[in-house]
Design a protein. Sequence first.
Length: 390
Amino acid sequence: MTTSTAQERPGRKELGRVLQDTGVMAPDWAPTFAAVDRAAFLPDLMWPFGAEQQATVPVDKAREPDAWYAAADRDAPIVTQWDDGAHTGTEPGQVSTSSSSMPSVVYGLLRDLDVDEGMAVLDVGTGTGETAGALTHRCGGRAVTTVEVDPAVSRLAGERLGAAGLHPGIVVGDGFAGHADSAPYDRVLATVGLRRIPGAWVEQTRPGGIVVAPWGTHFTHADAVARLVVQGETASGRFTRPVEFMKLRAQRLRLPGHSAYVPADAQESADRSGTDVTAAEFVTGPYTALPFVLGLRVRNCVQVVAPVDDGAQPVWFYGLTDKSWACTVFRDGGAARVWQAGPRRLWDEVEAACRWWAARGEPDHTRFGLTVTPEGHRAWLDTPDDSWPV
C-alpha cells in the first residue's frame, strides 16, 4: 500500500535513523528532518540515481508511486532538471542542471555550517527548496535568504516552501553576487560547486561568520567541502570531505574539443617518454584525495580519464591557458608511455605533484585548506603558512 506522509513511510524513518547513527546528522537536527520532508519538494517526474543501472532513471509519481516514494527516501541524488530547463520527455537529458542532493550530503553541510536559531543565513542555489526549508525551520523565516538563478526553479521551490508553511526570503538572481539587501549574514551556504569563492560572500558575512561551499578546481569534476571562517576581507579554513555538486552556472568549464588540442598526427611530433607511475597508483577514483590534490598543485589543467580498452587506459591532460596537452597510457603489466606537447609539459607537472603528495604521507582532503583574499585563492597543507596560489 502506498503511503505519502513522512510519519507513515518506513523508508524515511530508516533514513533518519541511519543519518543519526552514522553521525552525519547531528541529533539537534532531528526535529528539522522530521518536519521538512524531502518528498514534499520533489517534482512528480524525477530522475533518481539507480544503483543497479549506475545511472539516472525516470520515475513518475503518477505511474509508480511506490517507486517514487522509495526514491525520495533513499540516500541518493535525484535530478530534477536537465539542460537548464530546455529538456522535454521522460528520458534523461544531456546535462543535469538542478537536483535534490543526497540527504547525507545535505545534513553534513548543515552540520558544518554550525547554524542556530535567529542567525541570518544566505542559501545559494535554492534548487528544490529543501535546504532552504531546513534552514528556515531551524533559524526562522525572516533569517534565511535563498537565491536561485533559474526563475522557473525558484518559482516551483517557492510554491513548495509555502505549501510546507516555510517562508524564507526568495530571490531570483546570480548567487555569485550574494544578496546585499539582506546582509550581513552569520552564515553562507552554497549547494552548487564552485571554482572561485565570490568576494561578495566574504564582504556580506559578519566577522567570525562561516561560509560553507563545495569547492574544487577544473582538474576533476569532484569537489571538497570548504568551511571558511571570515575575518575582515579574508576567509580561511579546512576542507571537511569530498563531494560533487552541479557547478555554478557562471563557473562551468567550457573546454574546446579534443581536436583543438590534439589535431590529426599531433602525437607523431609530441615529446615521448615513460613513467614508473602505475595505473593502480594514479587512477584512484574521483572522490579520492589524489585527483583533488593534483588539482591544487597543477594549475589551469583538466584531466580526462578514458575507459580501459584492450588492457590500455589513456589519461589525457589539457591546459586551460594554452593548448598544452599530455597523454599517459597505462597498460596492464607494462610500462606507461607518455606523449606531451605545447608550452607546458603537463605530465611532468602532474608527476611532480604525485611525488610531492606521496612524500608528505599521502594526506587526505581534511589536511588541506583554502584561504580567500581580495588578491586570490591560496591552498595549504596543515597550516596556512605552507600555502600556494590556486
